[in-house]
Design a protein around this ligand. Sequence first.
Ligand code: NAP
Length: 282
Amino acid sequence: MNIGIVGLGLIGGSLGLELRSLGHRVLGVSRREQTCELAVARKIVDDADVDMSLMATAEVVYICTPIAAIARAVELLIPHLSPTAIITDVGSVKMPVVEAIAPLWPNFVPAHPMAGTEESGLDAAVFNLFAGRSYVFTPVETTPFSALDTVEEIARALQAKVYRCTPQEHDRAVAWISHLPVIAAASLIDACTHEASPAVLDLAKKFASTGFRDTTRVGGGNPELGLMMAKYNRQELINSLCGYRDRLDWFITQIEQQNWDALSATLHHTHQTRPGFLTSQD
Ligand code: NAP
């Protein structure tokens, strides 16, 4: 197939590497000339340009720009597309993307490959990024079955685990397991920095080890990503944060009142339920 990728960064570049290795002809469009030249030189795409007219022969186009640029990229793309072309996206939040793109192009397949690293840009593109990872499809009423089948088939060829749900369910689920952890970890780091004694804070920094590293990792990542989650999945993030605050209040109460049995029962419960959230890493 002729496959287009708009936005040659971590996700777009990784897709290009993989799709070429599967025998597809890959056409890339990115914002900067320099990125386009590098993508061709590194054989991430067969051809690249900053102009959307390159997409005229594409049968499927992956929109891999930051979420804020998706709608504009699709508006610029549409005049050049064949009427049968499929547009799909990789945005980490689905409702705002679906609301913006579904009315513009009926052959649209909203999706989110749940794969990534802490790096960004074309230099961060890696081979095999999607193998074994969840690839979530969030079709809406207007999504044609044939288009959905085509993009899901490509996801399976990338060895990803394919799931389907509504955009609302997707955004609510990722608020719990991806967006809440970022804000919870960021607030944990922020809380530590508010220690009143500089000497104690200095000691805490020296003593911090694997436990602190593991619980704060996602709170110390790319600030742009945290901001994106808060802006585009705002209501679901607020809901999950309020749920989390309720549970924190409950824990504080049990400790204040020395309700050790209740605390112990809940810690046993979390010990047992945690593996259920990590099955995709098996
Ligand atoms: P990224 O590494 O920053 O790559 C995006 C690339 O798009 C940039 O490098 C930029 O390339 C290009 N670009 C920016 N604006 C553009 C525009 N208007 N038109 C064309 N190209 C443009 O970002 P990413 O991490 O790959 O994320 C891309 C998408 O994947 C986002 O929608 C994100 O929600 C989603 N996603 C990310 C992850 C993750 O873990 N990072 C995981 C799953 C899904 P140049 O400026 O160099 O041309």
